[in-house]
Design a protein around this ligand. Structure first.
Ligand SMILES: *[C@@H]1O[C@H](CO)[C@@H](O)[C@H](O)[C@H]1NC(C)=O
Ligand SMILES: *[C@@H]1O[C@H](CO)[C@@H](O)[C@H](O)[C@H]1NC(C)=O
Ligand SMILES: *[C@@H]1O[C@H](CO)[C@@H](O)[C@H](O)[C@H]1NC(C)=O
Length: 349
């Protein structure tokens, strides 16, 4: 009969546990916040507008085109502000991510996890690796890759040597490599140009799509944008954009152009040799620090995505004195917003 009180004790313990869990069922999210999210979602679905930094977001907020929702103007969550409203008559949630891949990925995931979002348009400025384009042009790449996931090869090994952990499927030699000694300056005859950094091999991201098996990884390097969005953008090609900042004008009027590829990594590229490598190896035009992160999240969440990136500088390929972004970033940010607005208007017309 000693089992009876024990059973009761266990029942009581279970009851207490249940009460404990149910009062914290929303985890870090309070019931008040959950209620607000539910109310916002009732009015959805929304187009998610994801932008990296305030200098790129402010021209949008100040454009007069963004009409804030009167009842729920915004929701603050995890250090981000999700702004609810309308753009060109279309329901949107605008969110600023902060610099670089981690911030862009987290913020996009929060956007898609918390809200009813039917598609994501990402915009901002970028470096330009394509000699045929100029600063001020607005590019819309068809593919994005994260070019900062590397397998850094040991000194002495070459292209025919297996990479560490390659045989287990963790790493690959299929995408290609950057060999640092290809960039030695050999003009000083007689000096050794050996380079101990050897090579880094580009790696695809491990992804866990929402419709896959949890914890069973897939791989992705070039992430395509939405076919539908990309075909809508075609109608914007040739659209003329602002070409002057104060009294300084660009050689020709900037325009909208669809390109093949863009690349993102946690690296601000202001280096002529690396810019040239990204263009010749991967046919990259736009170089930035967020788009591929947003693309990778949207890919895994099966949400249509596109990125609009206005070129603000030559990523190290221009003047030997300084990067051009200091001067042209405001013009590029404005041009990106102009294209975003036209895109949203077209998408829902
Ligand atoms: C390589 O070094 C030489 C001699 O120092 C220099 O004149 C040249 O500009 C360098 N090349 C590059 C691409 O920096
Ligand atoms: C490189 O991209 C451009 C557009 O960005 C495209 O016109 C060209 O065909 C591409 N080249 C190759 C070799 O794929
Ligand atoms: C353009 O003019 C504004 C206002 O006078 C000034 O703040 C800004 O620095 C100027 N920009 C450039 C690139 O000269």
């Amino acid at each position: 009969m000693a089992a009876y009180p024990l059973k009761q004790l266990l029942l009581l313990l279970g009851f207490l546990l249940l009460v404990g869990i149910s009062s914290r069922v929303d985890g870090a999210t309070t019931k008040k916040v959950m209620k607000k999210i539910t109310a916002i979602n009732k009015k959805g679905p929304y187009l998610g507008v994801v932008v990296p930094n305030s200098f790129e977001m402010n021209p949008l907020l100040q454009s007069g085109s963004f009409v804030v929702d009167e009842k729920f103007p915004y929701l603050d969550f995890s250090g981000r502000r999700f702004r609810v409203g309308k753009l060109e008559g279309e329901k949107v949630i605008v969110v600023m991510t902060g610099l670089s891949m981690l911030n862009a990925g987290i913020t996009t995931q929060l956007l898609l996890s918390l809200f009813r979002v039917k598609g994501v348009v990402h915009f901002g400025i970028a470096g330009n690796a394509n000699p045929e384009l100029q600063i001020g042009d607005v590019t819309i790449p068809q593919y994005w890759a994260h070019t900062g996931l590397w397998n850094w090869q040991r000194f002495g090994d070459g292209p025919d040597d297996e990479l560490a952990l390659e045989s287990s499927g963790d790493y690959t030699r299929k995408i290609g490599y950057l060999k640092f000694s290809d960039y030695n300056n050999d003009t000083e005859k007689g000096k050794s140009s050996e380079n101990l950094l050897n090579s880094v091999w580009y790696q695809p991201e491990e992804i866990f799509p929402v419709d896959g098996i949890p914890e069973v990884r897939q791989h992705s390097f070039w992430v395509p944008v939405s076919n539908h969005y990309f075909s809508v953008v075609k109608k914007l090609e040739g659209m003329e954009l602002e070409g002057c900042i104060n009294s300084t004008c660009l050689p020709r009027t900037p325009r909208v152009i669809r390109v093949e590829r863009g690349a993102s990594a946690n690296t601000f590229v202001d280096n002529a040799a690396y810019r040239q490598f990204l263009n010749s190896k991967f046919n990259v035009t736009a170089i930035d620090m967020e788009s591929a992160a947003v693309a990778l999240i949207c890919l895994q969440q099966r949400t249509p995505f596109i990125a609009i990136r206005a070129l603000s500088d030559l990523a190290g390929g221009g003047s030997s004195l300084s990067n051009e972004a200091g001067m042209f970033a405001p013009l590029a940010a404005q041009n990106a917003v102009s294209v975003l607005l036209r895109f949203v208007a077209l998408l829902f017309s």
